[in-house]
Design a protein around this ligand. Structure first.
Ligand SMILES: C[S@@+](CC[C@H](N)C(=O)[O-])C[C@H]1O[C@@H](n2cnc3c(N)ncnc32)[C@H](O)[C@@H]1O
Length: 294
């Protein structure tokens, strides 16, 4: 029986074939790309360890048999098992930086990257940043990205999941920030000590109804990283209850709650939430100062 492996030879052939198969499959794109073409380019180019941009030089290069079967195998797993591409590749991009990911952590996709890249402006102003906490860190993407922007700051990456912290530790080593960035196992604030200038968090916030309706790709992610009770706010409530005790004067608390933002605002009518806007999409991220919380 003939297999595509006998008919497809070049990078261009594989980009075309993977795109056609993806377009003909009921895939959901919510883990780093949002369309068939970008997903196909990422699968083919990154399986070959080639760059995602400025790569036209390679389009007519022929693949080895091993490379061809690797790409076809990943393509089949993406289509048949609905595994997010980031897990198949073992990498995801956040704020333009590569992070190791596997099924122990959520695939990074928070809009907080855009805010971190701007140096938390205009909210931070010229306040110095000595300590940052990335609460519910998963792969460590948010805290490590912050450490690259605030290159003098000490950064703690905390999570309740020891498996997630193992992945965060791999990323600390990969980005060579181990002199300033460390992991801390903690159930919300239970294992946290001292005060911070900035607390960043993308906690679990999916409500029970949305969990039940999620596309198959999300079933590969740890449920601990997604579900947060009936209204999705279990962890957000715990953060708001205690954040003031962990912020320095003038400190910032920035938390993503996604679609659960309406329920959160209704639950705290007296808190002066600032809901942030993002050029590259995303919503449901609030900012409060230490003074707002007090
Ligand atoms: C939505 S994921 C976010 C991961 C990462 N910050 C990101 O943006 O990709 C939430 C993370 O919160 C962690 N988590 C869940 N419950 C927690 C709790 N009670 N205390 C601390 N971390 C928790 C999960 O293990 C998971 O890694």
């Amino acid at each position: 029986m003939s297999s595509p492996i006998d008919d497809l030879h070049t990078v261009r052939d594989y980009l075309r074939y993977v795109s056609s198969r993806f377009a003909d499959s009921p895939l959901y794109f919510g883990h780093g790309t949002d369309n068939v073409w970008d997903e196909s380019v990422q699968l083919v180019m990154r399986s070959l360890h080639l760059p995602l941009e400025n790569n036209t030089l390679f389009l007519d290069a022929r693949l080895t048999r091993e490379e061809r079967s690797l790409i076809l195998d990943r393509m089949h797993r993406r289509i048949e098992e609905r595994v997010p591409l980031a897990y198949l590749l073992g990498e995801a991009w956040f704020m333009g930086l590569p992070f190791h990911v596997d099924e122990r952590v959520l695939v990074p996709r928070s809009p907080l990257g855009e805010l971190i890249q701007s140096g938390l402006q205009p909210w931070l102003g010229d306040k110095p940043v000595g300590r940052i906490l990335d609460l519910c860190t998963g792969s460590g993407c948010i805290g490590i990205a912050a450490a690259t922007v605030f290159d003098e700051a000490e950064v703690d990456l905390s999570d309740i999941s020891p498996e997630a912290l193992e992945v965060a530790a791999v990323n600390i080593d990969y980005h060579e920030v181990g002199d300033r960035v460390r992991t801390v196992r903690s159930d919300v604030f239970d294992g946290i000590e001292g005060r911070y200038d900035v607390i960043l968090s993308n906690p679990p916030y999916v409500d029970a109804e949305d969990i039940a309706d999620m596309p198959a790709e999300y079933s590969h992610e740890p449920e601990l990283g997604l579900a947060a009770g009936g209204d999705g706010l279990d962890i957000a409530h715990s953060i708001l209850a205690r954040a003031a005790d962990y912020l320095n004067p003038g400190g910032l608390l920035i938390v993503e709650v996604g679609n659960s933002w309406v329920a959160l605002q209704e639950a705290y009518p007296d808190l002066p939430f600032t809901w942030l806007e993002f050029e590259n999409g995303g919503d449901g991220v609030f900012l409060l100062t230490a003074e707002d919380l007090n």
